[in-house]
Structure formats: C-alpha cells, structure tokens
Design a protein around this ligand. Structure first.
Ligand code: AMP
Ligand code: TRP
Length: 340
C-alpha cells in the first residue's frame, strides 16, 4: 500500500506549468449511488479545474459482467449524462467512452505479456467473482486489472481518483508499470490513487460497503420519494434501543453521512449523544438534505438524457481529443518492445 495522496490547490508559482494529468474510469452499470459520488465523482469534479483530467466510461470492462447489448448502450449514455449532471464539464475535462479509443486494447495485450497470471489470480475482485458468478468466469474478469492499468497509462496519468475498493487494482497497475519500466526502460509514471474524505461509504445496512449488487444503496438521482424511502431504511446505532438511550454518532452511519450535507453535523451529533433527538428525526433530516442537494443534478440529468444526440456528440469529441495522446503512447511502446 502506498500512502494516500493528499491533493490540494496548486501553489501560484506552478499554476502556469503544464497541469499534471489525472485519469479515472467508471463502469456504465446502472443507477449512481451515494458511494459513487462521495467516494469518487466528487473528486472528479473537484480535480477537473486544477489538473488535466481524463474520464472514461469503461464499457469494455462492463462486458465482463453484462452481455446485453441494448442495456450496455443505454447505460453508457446514462452514465455520461450522470457525470455531466453531477458537475463534469466537457469544456474543462475530457470525457469519453473507453471503446471509442480502442488503442487501449492493444496496450492491454502488450501488458498481459509482462503480467504474471499469479498476480491476477490473487486480485480480491477476481476471487469474489469466482464465488459469485462461477457460471460466467470469463477470461476478461481475470484480465480486468491489466485493462485498467492500460486505461491509466495510455494517457500517462499519474493520479487516479477512485474509492478505496479500487486500492488493490491500483496497486496492481503500479506493479505492472514497474515491471514494464524495468524490462523495457522508463516509460510510464506509477499511478497513485486519490481518495476523498469518504473513501468507503457504507450501505443502508450500516455494515457493508454501499454497492448496487448488495441492494443497500441510496440512489442519488432518483425521485425524492425513493431517496426518502432508502434513507429511512438505514440501520443506525444498533445499541440505541430506547428513544431515551444516548446515541453514538461515531458508529452511526446516518450521523456519518450528515458530515457531507449541511455544515452543522456537530450539533446533530450532540443531539444524538444527549438523546435530544431520535434516530427517526435524524434520518428524516438526512433524507431531506440529500434529496435537496441532488435536486438540481436530477433536473440536469433529465434534460441531458432527453437530448441523446448532444450527449453522443460530447462523447465523440472527447474520444477525438484523446486520440493523439493514445497514438503517441502506442508508438513509443511498440518501438520499445520491438513490434515492427
Ligand atoms: P463502480 O460503480 O463500482 O464502478 O464504482 C465507481 C467509483 O465509485 C469507483 O471509483 C469506486 O471506487 C467508487 N465507489 C463505489 N462504491 C463506493 C463506496 N461504497 N464507497 C466509496 N467509493 C465507492
Ligand atoms: N475498476 C474500476 C471500478 O470498478 C473502473 C475502472 C476501469 C477504472 N478502468 C479504470 C478506475 C482506470 C480508475 C482508473 O470502479
């Protein structure tokens, strides 16, 4: 593990220097949840002004678990609309679809030749998939982190905003890069993850990571009524049984989430500690605040999704902007490896 990278405003004297490059990828896998935003997307938005930011909707990765062409096409567009609705600005960052820059598959193949199978077999997500989808344990699942490494370094990015669940993948990306550099000469920077203040957001069960596959999500762009229902279903401090029992905000997921909505979480915590407020009040307030916070994004999302041509044009422009960077890296790598 490397230390978490703290990324803050760049000092004035370096503001005119070329901006360091960051990259992140996100799967087009259905409805965005609070974990995606607090753990990753907020950082995409924050970092797009200070860094040269490239963001990619990773449809090749999604094929390892989705085999419905219509669903994949639709979700890819929805994810683009989601990211823009949450604040990605195509004037400031490059946003595109992974398969629109297919050079990444060539780099991924070249990387497979420097990646021991044993590294891939011990990847936690692969081990999970081996358990959860034994009927579709395709080669793509094993090679998944190799394609992820190729994503990042095709653009020679050195920082990668992600949630903590991606730590093992990032570690593997670094190992692949190190090995490549050692075998063929210094070519790529070693990518480092960048985490938010909420690198692991727990689900409504209060125990496991918020995740679509676990059904414990709060869907940020859903109708306010859905958000309310999901927040009201949250498990709070399990030791607080009577309304008069003091609460323990440090272990209560609802209290933890209040940190990110409204600037008064300390007084909310105090209310819980002294049993001045009950869990139901605290949840109601959180539901209102989350729904209000995401209401403008929901509106923008609905507008964008009603204008698919506009979304597709933005994605096509993003892929074009990425083209020369991808071409330069592929030419360099071919040369180093002795291809032609
Ligand atoms: P996924 O939807 O799993 O492809 O995740 C997209 C991004 O959100 C990745 O950077 C993940 O690390 C991040 N992410 C997903 N779930 C969570 C969570 N529960 N807490 C923090 N970050 C998350
Ligand atoms: N594996 C990431 C996830 O599931 C998605 C991803 C693909 C990615 N390529 C990437 C993330 C490159 C960061 C950088 O969320």
């Amino acid at each position: 593990m490397t230390a978490d990278v703290a990324v803050s405003a760049r000092p004035a004297e370096v503001a005119s220097a070329p901006r360091p490059r960051i990259f992140s990828g996100i799967q087009p896998s259905g409805v965005p949840h609070l974990g995606n935003d607090l753990g990753a997307i907020r950082n995409y938005v924050r970092l797009q002004t200070e860094y040269e930011a490239i963001y990619c909707i990773v449809d090749y990765h999604a094929l390892t678990s989705t085999h419905s062409p219509d669903a994949l096409r639709q979700r890819t567009r929805e994810m683009a609309a989601t990211l823009m609705a949450l604040g990605l600005d195509p004037e400031r960052c490059t946003l595109f679809v992974q398969s629109h820059r297919p050079e990444v598959t060539e780099l991924a193949w070249l990387f497979t030749t420097v990646t021991p199978v044993s590294w891939l077999e011990r990847t936690p997500t692969y081990k999970e998939k081996r358990q959860n989808q034994p009927e579709d344990l395709n080669h793509g699942l094993l090679a998944y982190p190799v394609l992820q490494a190729a994503d990042i370094v095709l653009y020679k990015a050195s920082l990668v905003p992600v949630g903590k669940d991606q730590a093992a993948h990032l570690e593997l990306s670094r190992e692949i890069v190190r090995r490549f550099n050692a075998m063929y000469g210094e070519t790529f920077p070693e990518p480092q993850p960048v985490y938010t203040e909420a690198p692991v957001v727990l689900g409504t069960d209060g125990v496991r990571k918020m995740s679509k596959s676990l059904g414990n999500t709060i869907e940020i762009l859903a109708e306010p009524e859905t958000i309310r229902r999901q927040v009201m279903s949250m498990v709070t401090d399990t030791k607080r049984i009577l309304r008069t029992d003091p609460g323990r905000p440090e272990v209560c997921n609802v209290c933890q989430l209040h940190r990110f909505f409204g600037g008064d979480y300390e007084s909310i915590w105090e209310g819980e500690r002294t049993a001045r407020t009950g869990c139901v009040d605290t949840k109601k307030l959180l539901a209102e605040r989350i729904a209000a916070h995401y209401a403008p994004a929901r509106e923008r999302y609905l507008e964008l999704i009603a204008a698919p041509d506009r979304v597709d044009r933005i994605l096509a422009e993003g892929a074009e902007r990425a083209r020369p960077l991808a071409a330069a890296t592929i030419a360099e790598v071919r040369q180093r490896m002795g291809i032609r």
